[in-house]
Ligand binder design. Structure first.
Ligand code: NAD
Ligand code: MG
Length: 386
């Protein structure tokens, strides 16, 4: 039987890679629902191509346009946040969570609460609601499969092992485009330089996060929730070639690693086919040609975001929520040319220092902390611009 899949964030980088795999295996997958933020043309084209039955545009003002583009296709057009929940909680067995940011959390939770298998790329959802989501997955019998390449690697390296046999997780990091840059160069970094990742082609937000290394900080928090290890048992190791996607160290001293070319279709395919595997067109590793693999410790002075994220994980409560919300708005401001690159971490630090929310007990509280933090950060950025 074909697996019915819903792709949340179908027009993005992960959404596009997922579609590429799914369309190569029509005998295994059937796309039932697709969603996007604002790009109705791209969404309608995907819906037509895949014969999806539901297409949802998050931006309600584009509702009519989407409906017109889908006339005569048999695909229902819908718009708005509630409709995103219909896509996530509807007829799909497998939901690909590939929306960027905390905005993707409500549909992810809806998929979890309807007991789906969720292939999770949307790391901000786990960072902001990790405990709530893991509890809900157990309560509703949902399966969470990590798509983020590091977590997917760890998931593969953990296969079949007992939790008590794991001593630590080693998250690898490429170091991003500024790995060897001086503090002055980092200070002067432009959006174009920041999104030019050396190894991976990704959406704008995660590319900036890779440049500040906040991405690895978010991934540290993500790993904590997914695999249940405390901060001190999750290491970060810079590995510029992005060949080893992460590792697990066991109590006997064995270290297992997952390797592959830097192509998100590999981890996505594992989540799509798990516990089986899918053939992918990803380039095969030629280790003789690569010849060497390098490793170095992360530099917390040039990349303060890493320290902030680890601090937020250790502090717990609402700190990861504040970290994420402040980072989202700071990254958006940087991409719009309104702040300097190094101000991203400054804004996140200030937001963490000045917030006093208690730990969220529901998704509504998570969304409220997110909204309030964004509002406060936006107000203080506006004030400091004068
Ligand atoms: P992207 O910007 O390319 O795509 C984001 C998708 O989400 C688009 O379809 C967009 O229309 C939709 N979207 C954006 N804002 C929305 C909103 N407010 N409401 C509803 N839909 C919205 O991003 P991406 O690079 O594909 O990343 C998606 C997620 O996967 C992120 O959380 C990212 O951290 C994670 N991830 C991405 C990669 C990668 O290689 N791109 C790797 C690991 C993890
Ligand atoms: Mg990653």
């Amino acid at each position: 039987m074909r697996r019915k899949i819903a792709i949340l964030g179908a027009t993005g980088s992960i959404g596009t890679s997922t579609l590429d795999l799914v369309e190569r295996s029509p005998e295994r997958f059937e796309v039932v629902a697709v969603t996007a933020a604002t790009n109705v043309e791209a969404l309608a084209e995907i819906a037509r191509r895949t014969n999806a039955r539901l297409a949802v545009i998050a931006d309600e003002s584009r509702s009519q346009e989407l409906a017109e583009l889908l006339v005569g296709t048999g695909c229902r057009a819908a718009a708005g946040k509630e409709a995103l929940l219909d896509a996530a909680g509807g007829e799909a067995d497998l939901v690909i969570a590939a929306i960027v940011g905390c905005a993707g959390l409500p549909p992810v939770m809806c998929a979890v609460e309807t007991g789906k298998t969720v292939a999770l790329a949307n790391k901000e959802a786990l960072v902001t609601a990790g405990a709530l989501m893991m509890d809900a997955a157990i309560a509703h019998g949902a399966t969470l499969l990590p798509v983020d390449s590091e977590h997917n690697a760890i998931f593969q390296c953990l296969a079949g092992s007992r939790a008590e046999d794991v001593s630590k997780l080693i998250l690898t990091a490429s170091g991003g485009p500024f790995r060897t840059a001086s503090i002055d160069e980092i200070n002067a970094a432009t959006p174009a330089e920041a999104v030019a990742h050396p190894n991976w082609s990704m959406g704008a937000k995660i590319s900036v996060d890779s440049a500040t290394m906040m991405n690895k900080g978010l991934e540290l928090i993500e790993a904590h929730y997914l695999f249940g290890l405390p901060s001190e048992r999750i290491d970060i190791l810079v590995h510029p070639q992005s060949v080893i996607h992460s590792m697990v160290e066991y109590v006997d001293g064995s270290v297992l690693a997952q390797l592959g070319s830097p192509d998100m279709r590999i981890p996505i395919s594992y989540a799509l086919a798990w516990p089986e595997r899918l053939e992918t067109p990803a380039e095969r590793l030629d280790l003789a040609a690569i010849a060497r693999l390098d490793f170095e410790a992360p530099d917390l002075t040039r990349f303060p975001a890493l320290r902030l994220a680890r601090g937020a994980l250790i502090e717990g409560g609402a700190a990861p929520n504040v970290l994420n919300a402040a980072n989202e708005i700071a990254v958006a401001s940087f991409l719009e040319g309104r702040i300097r690159f190094t101000e991203i971490a400054d804004i996140v630090r200030e937001a963490l220092e000045s917030s006093n929310f208690s730990a969220p007990r529901s998704i509504d509280e998570v969304m409220e902390i997110d909204r309030a933090t964004r509002q406060r950060v936006a107000a203080s950025m506006k004030a400091s611009c004068h």
